[in-house]
Design a protein around this ligand. Structure first.
Ligand SMILES: CCCCC/C=C\C/C=C\C/C=C/C(=O)SCCNC(=O)CCNC(=O)[C@H](O)C(C)(C)COP(=O)(O)OP(=O)(O)OC[C@H]1O[C@@H](n2cnc3c(N)ncnc32)[C@H](O)[C@@H]1OP(=O)(O)O
Length: 292
């Protein structure tokens, strides 16, 4: 049974276990997929490719996050796999970040439940014992960028529309301290200070320059590049790499773990403010009107 902070997420988020399919792949590995999280296992290589499939933009709704958390728990507990490639099944979009509809017009209990799931996915990804390679094949703002930042290596497809960054200030909200910590650890304090205040979304060349991603490649090479990076990382003995990863990341993760409940309360009171609700609604409305 999958637990999210001691509770059964399957029931809380209304995700039915029956929604999952478990079959055997050609190489005998167990293949499991939920509605929105596709897992392509390569047991021989010890690699699972997770494809995010929550169209149209892979926004991180509570149900989607819950499915992803369950999927990561399964992979983490399955000794077949040593590495995950995280990518998208939605053309042109890696992930649009947190689902704005989960943060608008709901009640405090819902905001608290949602935020706990956001914390949980971050902790699961950031502290994973496996090698995580992000194959970023689309736009990756805010929470989408955060997911990529938890990975050990980021490959971005070379398309000027595939911008990546923590753009929270553009929505009139603030990147939480642990988003900020993850960014600072990746691109350094000065670059993070500027990027966060201005809500910068970097196109590939700039993302590479600032260190937001490790490699930019033509779109048709993104998966092969991720595989070759993965084999380089998997050549390192697991115990040495895992202990090193933990040494590098533990303090940052502990910062959130120690303040988890307070962080939820901060989020709930911040997001419940009338002024913040108004900003988010205006932003959502602008997104909708963009097409017309
Ligand atoms: C002091 C204490 C502080 C505590 C902390 C407090 C607050 C911080 C809280 C949270 C941090 C927030 C993190 C986030 O991730 S917020 C989300 C930010 N995301 C974005 O800004 C991206 C918005 N989307 C886009 O820019 C574009 O959609 C896109 C991803 C570039 C894709 O563009 P495209 O043209 O392909 O698609 P559309 O724009 O037409 O979108 C299609 C469809 O999807 C809807 N949609 C888009 N993004 C979201 C989203 N994030 N959530 C929900 N819905 C989204 C869009 O409205 C369209 O809907 P429609 O109904 O019109 O089809």
């Amino acid at each position: 049974m999958a637990l999210l902070a001691g509770r059964t997420v399957l029931l809380r988020a209304g995700v039915r276990l029956g929604a999952e399919a478990a079959t055997r792949g050609g190489n005998g590995a167990r293949r499991f997929a939920s509605h929105r999280v596709l897992v392509e296992p390569d047991a021989a290589a010890g690699i699972a490719t997770i494809k995010l499939k929550n169209p149209p933009v892979n926004s991180l709704s509570l149900e989607f996050l819950t499915e992803l958390i369950i999927c990561l728990e399964k992979l983490e507990n399955d000794k077949t796999f040593r590495g995950i490639i995280l990518t998208s099944d939605c053309p042109g979009i890696f992930s649009a970040g947190l689902d704005l509809r989960e943060m608008c017009g709901k009640n405090p209990a819902h905001y608290a439940e949602y935020w706990r799931a956001v914390q949980e996915i971050w902790l699961k990804l950031y502290l994973s014992n496996m090698v995580l390679v992000a194959a970023i094949n689309g736009a990756s703002p805010a929470g989408g960028c955060l997911m990529a930042l938890t990975c050990d290596y980021r490959v971005l497809a070379d398309n000027p529309r595939y911008r990546i960054g923590l753009n929270e200030t553009l929505l009139g909200i603030i990147a939480p301290f642990w988003f900020k910590d993850n960014l600072v650890n990746t691109i350094g304090h000065r670059a993070a200070d500027r990027a966060l205040q201005l809500g910068l979304l970097f196109p590939p060349t700039e993302a590479l320059q600032v260190g937001m991603v490790d490699q930019v490649v033509p779109e048709d090479q993104i998966h092969s590049t991720a595989l070759s990076v993965m084999s380089q990382w998997l050549a390192i003995p697991d115990h040495a790499r895992q202990l090193t990863k933990s040494m590098m990341r533990k303090a940052t993760a502990d910062h959130l773990i120690k303040q988890r409940e307070a962080d939820i309360q901060n989020f709930v009171s911040f997001i419940s403010k009338d002024s913040i609700q108004k900003s988010l609604q205006v932003y959502l409305e602008k997104l909708k009107q963009k097409k017309h």
